[in-house]
Design a protein around this ligand. Structure first.
Ligand code: SAM
Length: 263
């Protein structure tokens, strides 16, 4: 495998964490897209309980915190990301209702069944897998509660081998949007809204800050071969996106938990 063809899974956690700690967000997205997804969700109040799963350093968590009054538990596997998130919550003055915790989204969610009004997860459900996450997280939602997740999608039924192979290696569960909506329905939700991220979520909100993060990262890891390979794999992702963006991207899916016997 050439260095640039390595995916994020080929690097150790501390290096990945160090790289992405220098970014406000760890995946494509933007405050506008977070707010657009939020606009499809009704009935949130000061007593609402919200989980932000795979929150990273909490870029989207802070956007949510500014626009909803409920209590947000943001969780991520990486303690450094959670430290940054909790510091940012304090700077924003929302530490009383936004709490970052270290936990895994896989088999370890610290929530009561039927307790949540909203599950949020931007660019992170792939870690458990789209279908498995939808299925296993459902029990934590109240009936009528919402799930809002962003996930990578194919835009066409067929695509060039280079980009197909890259994704099959990185995340073979990537699928077309109609198939993803069908999976949401099958998992016991009513699909409420679906929209594709604008390109700027990748270029301006993700790749541009990543360039700055790469410089800081390489400066603090001079001569470290793994660090150089991680940086190379990250810039290869950008090259692929710019070449093949008509074939894939990120999609936001918003859905409502319904009783199983209602469909
Ligand atoms: N939501 C953030 C955003 O959009 O900026 C972060 C998205 S990042 C692509 C994926 C996140 O999932 C990372 O912060 C990573 O640490 C987290 N993650 C990976 N495996 C996890 C797990 N098993 N449990 C919880 N979080 C996990």
């Amino acid at each position: 495998m050439s260095n640039e063809n390595k995916t994020i899974h080929d690097f150790d956690f501390s290096l990945i964490c160090d790289f992405f700690s220098n970014m406000e967000r760890q995946g494509p997205g933007s405050p506008d897209v977070t707010l657009k997804a939020l606009s499809f969700i009704d009935n949130l109040t000061e007593t609402s309980l919200i989980a932000d799963i795979g929150c990273g350093t909490g870029g989207q968590t802070m956007t949510l915190a500014k626009h909803v009054h409920g209590k947000i538990t943001a969780l991520d596997l990486f303690p450094d990301f959670i430290d940054i998130l909790n510091r940012n919550a304090e700077h924003l003055g929302v530490q009383n209702r936004v709490k970052g915790i270290v936990a895994s989204m896989i088999n370890e969610l610290p929530f009561e069944e039927e307790s949540l009004d909203l599950i949020w997860s931007e660019g992170a459900i792939y870690n458990i897998g789209f279908e498995r996450g939808l299925k296993e997280w459902r029990k934590y939602l109240k009936t009528g509660g919402y799930i809002a997740v962003s996930e990578s999608s194919w835009f066409t039924d067929e695509r060039p081998t280079e980009i197909n192979d890259f994704w099959v290696d990185a995340y073979s569960e990537i699928d077309t949007i109609p198939n993803q909506i069908a999976k949401i329905h099958k998992a016991g939700y009513l699909p409420v809204a679906t929209f594709v991220f604008p390109e700027t979520c990748w270029t301006e909100n993700y790749f541009a800050p990543k360039l700055t993060a790469t410089k800081i990262f390489l400066n603090s890891h001079t001569g470290n071969k793994m660090a150089e390979e991680l940086a190379a794999s990250q810039s290869h992702e950008e090259v692929l996106y710019r070449k093949y963006k008509e074939f894939y991207g990120y999609t936001f899916f918003i859905a409502k938990k319904v009783e199983r016997n209602s469909f």
